[in-house]
Design a protein. Structure first.
Length: 324
């Protein structure tokens, strides 16, 4: 099959392109010479366009679109999140329909359900947030609504969403490097001693889910994907950082205080239109100070999904790569 992927120069998109290129003809959205080089190295063909100017011709003869590109942050105005995550997704959906694409797989997130609350063993019946104060959550929720609204099985267009939680593993360009930098600069602090529970998703498990979704995904549906394990942030991040030879201190800050500070920082950044990333955002402070555990029963049942990499195995792979 011919598959078009957005966000291929990033962590998730790059892993998906690399895996699918073994059995499919893969094309990837590219906005620069640097992206061209990354995409070619992954075994795919770069297509010069972006979410603002993508056209029917860019998707010619493609059977499937896998939409990974998104503005995650950590900073930026609401308008930037909305333009990329909502309008960009909406435009790509429209073009995909015109290009007679058969299947549109949107990489969503549990953050689309998040407005600052604890989430315990949630499944796909849990509603997307309608009034989240977090730009990323708000925009990803609306993007997924538009994916579902675009689903049109009567005309051969199946659109659905894959929702990973806390993606980690080899190739991670943000979470683990950021944690290592914080530890090395004595900036790392637990939030409420890291006691909150979280589900996680190893990158290989997410890629496996996407390959299954190509065959088994149903239009108009959402599928949570995780490692099917849960642990406290303290336990998981301590072990994750240990793969890079880092020990974590016991220093901790109260969640309520960090959330308050993060809101004030965001106000200052927006008031003075500061372009650099803030040290902490309200979204990050809230996400790390809330429980979030997820059921993957639906993915098991409808996609045939089962994690292919356990947390122990994923950590061992990272440690071996670090010491190589």
């Amino acid at each position: 099959m011919k598959i078009f992927v957005t966000g291929a120069s990033g962590f998730v998109g790059g892993a998906i392109v690399s895996a699918l290129g073994l059995n499919h003809e893969v094309f990837a959205m590219s906005r620069s010479k640097e992206s061209d080089d990354k995409i070619l190295a992954l075994g795919a063909s770069p297509v010069h366009c972006d979410l603002e100017i993508v056209k029917k011709e860019h998707l010619r003869d493609c059977d499937i679109v896998i939409h990974c590109a998104a503005h995650i942050g950590p900073g930026g105005p609401r308008e930037y999140y909305w333009a990329t995550n909502v309008m960009g997704t909406d435009r790509l959906l429209h073009v995909a329909k015109r290009a007679s694409v058969k299947k549109f797989i949107h990489i969503g997130t549990e953050a689309g359900c998040f407005y600052g609350q604890h989430m315990h063993e949630i499944d796909e019946s849990y509603p997307l947030s309608s009034k989240s104060p977090f730009y990323y959550s708000e925009s990803k929720a609306e993007a997924e609504r538009r994916v579902m609204a675009a689903n049109d099985p009567d005309n051969g267009f199946d659109a659905f969403s894959i929702r990973p939680r806390f993606i980690w593993g080899h190739g991670d360009q943000t979470i683990l490097p950021g944690l290592v930098d914080a530890v090395d600069n004595n900036m790392f602090r637990w939030i409420d001693h890291g006691r909150y529970l979280t589900s996680t998703t190893h990158i290989d498990n997410l890629v496996h889910a996407v390959t299954l979704a190509i065959e088994n995904g149903k239009g108009g549906e959402a599928y949570f994907i995780t490692d099917d394990e849960k642990s406290s942030f303290n336990n998981f991040l301590t072990r994750l950082l240990a793969t890079q030879g880092r020990d974590v201190s016991n220093k901790s800050v109260p969640g309520w205080l960090l959330r308050f500070i993060a809101r004030r920082i965001q106000n200052i950044w927006e008031l003075f239109k500061i372009s650099s990333n803030p040290p902490i955002t309200p979204f990050e402070a809230s996400l790390m100070s809330r429980n979030c555990t997820i059921s993957i029963d639906k993915a098991r049942r409808e996609l045939g999904y089962q994690p292919v990499v356990s947390v122990d195995k994923g950590l061992s792979l990272l440690e071996n790569a670090s010491s190589a």
